[in-house]
Design a protein around this ligand. Structure first.
Ligand code: OXD
Ligand code: MN
Length: 585
């Protein structure tokens, strides 16, 4: 399929190592994909769902021991340990290759190796980067077909270039003891073995678009971030874009696909989704910071998704979607998961394939990390700019976490440098929903802790450097939808009503809204958060915006401890922390 000698030589080398029975190049044609679906149905890898109710939809189960990303088995292999930094697992590249080669040796015997060219970003976009994933899994090919742009057009765009990410994946024996997700950023290479779970094997996503891309972004002067991108359209038809980073379980996909409350909808405001998970950002010629979503679909968590929490996500899953580890409804050959509706099927199979009755069973039917892989084009609120090769200009960057008391509903950083500080101290508290102690603070800078492909201290420095290169810097904010009252109930309604906070943020970006200075930054005046139609009074909003000096002094101690593990912490951030402590006195 290609005359690119670098590509063919590498594919041949990997073929000789993994020893598949045959090698098949994926051209991305519907005929080829359809033949592969048929083959996967014969082996049971895919199950075809009810084609009248869910056209083009399929069902898949992973192995029971293989249901999530494995951070403790994820490695960044740079020549020098310091370059991977204190927050990543590291091994010297030569040592790691020597460890993995025997695991890949003959791993594809009796199987087919699929050669899958793909693009992160629209093919031909100045943002786009290309990769080739070699895999022995049709499930991977089918998911990558939804999550990325694949096939012949990518090979054509690559031409003779050797500038592509070399991904090698084998399910091997799905052996958890020998599962490795390994990045060699200096070689533009990813090796993933003994897993079939999306986050570990759809190499375009976390492995390439975040870990390898963050490394490339530092080298080349751009940024790869764990951020959603959304646009807010005003009644005059002008759209302003924000990019937002949140740790898991903070409602990122919900915010990305937000439905405005009636008071805004009736005036003609609209929200458009550009991305729900990853943003690549570059300084444009006009001096703005522009972003694309390098992905082409959504790999979303199913449980909890319903017509109320995220209508647009649910709509996105109605056709051409792959469901993984959810409940299989045997009554009508469709799917179900906890939180979809109050009507679980009685005649069903759970995610492990066991008979399951949703009315009587005490066990959950869907795995808590069960997923849908849905094409972005299915989303009713997908932005017209989704395919724009130049991306969209970002007015605001938003960081957020789950904090019961500490962070106010929203605050704005003083400037870019203090904004980088705000991102670097991002944290979420554990909730009663998860096992373990409640209220334990987990720091997750810029929500990139598991995804930064190099030393996180250098990553902070890169953020500071980027700020100097952006003539029209986005303003930086922090939000917290999760403040609780003394009984532990959420005070802010969240979901669509988060639009009210977005409106203050955008007004601030345009110099239209006032603010009050606090030790941590600027908070809104309570009257500037629109609460029309909400069951909340001004006093409550004042409480939500309060910055408690005592709590923040304890927070500053926590940050000091967290910062102490960074060998390459930029002096600017240490200085920001000192200034915060001064202001809290
Ligand atoms: C994801 C994650 O799957 O962040 O997007 O874990
Ligand atoms: Mn994510």
């Amino acid at each position: 399929m290609t005359a690119n000698k670098i590509v063919t030589a590498w594919v041949e080398e990997m073929r000789a190592l993994t020893k598949p029975d045959q090698v098949v190049w994926i051209d991305g044609s519907e005929a080829q994909l359809e033949a592969l679906r048929k083959e996967a149905m014969e082996t049971g890898e895919l199950h075809q769902l009810n084609q009248d109710l869910l056209p083009g939809c399929y069902y898949h189960r992973t192995a029971e021991n293989d249901v999530a990303r494995v951070e403790d088995r994820t490695f960044i292999c740079t020549s020098k340990k310091e370059d991977a930094g204190p927050t990543n697992n590291w091994m010297a590249p030569a040592e790691m290759y020597a460890k993995l080669r025997p695991l890949f040796d003959g791993a594809m015997k009796g199987r087919t190796m699929y050669v899958l060219p793909y693009s992160m970003g629209p093919v031909g976009s100045p943002f786009a980067k290309y990769g080739i994933e070699l895999t022995d899994s049709i499930y991977v090919v089918m998911n990558m077909n939804i999550m990325t742009r694949i096939g012949a057009s990518v090979i054509e765009a690559m031409g003779e270039s050797g500038d592509f990410v070399k991904g090698l994946h084998s399910k091997a024996q799905i052996d958890p003891e020998n599962r490795y997700i390994v990045h060699f950023p200096e070689d533009n290479t990813i090796w993933s073995v003994n897993s079939g779970y999306g986050g570990n094997v759809l190499l375009g996503k976390k492995c390439f678009a975040l870990r390898i891309a963050s490394f490339l972004g530092r080298k080349e002067g751009w940024m790869a971030e764990h951020m959603l991108i959304l646009g807010v359209e005003n009644p005059q038809g002008e759209v302003k874009y924000v990019a937002a980073a949140f740790p898991s379980a903070c409602g990122k996909t919900n915010l990305a696909m937000l439905i405005p409350p009636e008071i805004y909808k009736s005036k003609g405001y609209k929200v458009w989704t550009v991305g729900d998970d990853i943003a690549w950002l570059r300084v444009a010629e006009d001096g703005t910071l522009r972003a694309i979503n390098p992905e082409n679909g959504f790999f979303g968590v199913a449980p909890g998704t319903n017509a109320k929490t995220n209508f647009n996500a649910l709509e996105s899953t109605k056709k051409n979607t792959i469901f993984t580890n959810v409940v299989l409804n045997k009554e009508n050959n469709t799917v179900w998961w906890e939180g979809l509706d109050k009507n679980p099927p009685e005649n069903a199979e759970d995610w492990k394939g066991r008979p399951w009755n949703g009315k009587t069973s005490t066990e959950k039917g869907a795995h808590p990390n069960s997923r849908f892989t849905a094409p972005a084009v299915n989303c009713p609120c997908i932005s017209k700019e989704f395919e724009n090769p130049e991306g969209v200009p970002i007015s605001a960057i938003i960081f957020g976490g789950r904090r019961a008391k500490t962070a106010p509903l929203v605050y704005q950083s003083r400037d870019w440098e203090s904004g980088v500080f705000v991102g670097s101290i991002m944290a979420s508290e554990t909730t009663a929903a998860a096992a373990g102690a409640v209220g334990v603070v987990r720091r997750d800078p810029m929500a990139m802790l598991p995804f930064c492909g190099y030393n996180m201290g250098d990553y902070f420095a890169h953020w500071l450097e980027m700020g100097k290169k952006i003539p029209h810097q986005p303003k930086i904010f922090n939000v917290n939808w999760f403040r609780t009252d003394d009984e532990g109930h959420f005070i802010w309604p969240g979901f669509g009503d988060n639009m009210r906070v977005l409106m203050w943020i955008l007004d601030r970006c345009e110099g239209k809204a006032d603010a009050v200075e606090t030790p941590i930054g600027y908070v809104p005046k309570a009257e500037d958060i629109n609460i029309e139609g909400l069951d909340i009074d001004r006093e409550t909003v004042e409480g939500l915006l309060e910055v408690d000096k005592k709590i923040w002094s304890e927070e500053a101690e926590g940050i000091t401890e967290f910062y102490s593990k960074f060998d390459r912490l930029p002096k600017e951030l240490a200085h920001q922390l000192e200034m915060l402590k001064e202001r809290l006195k």
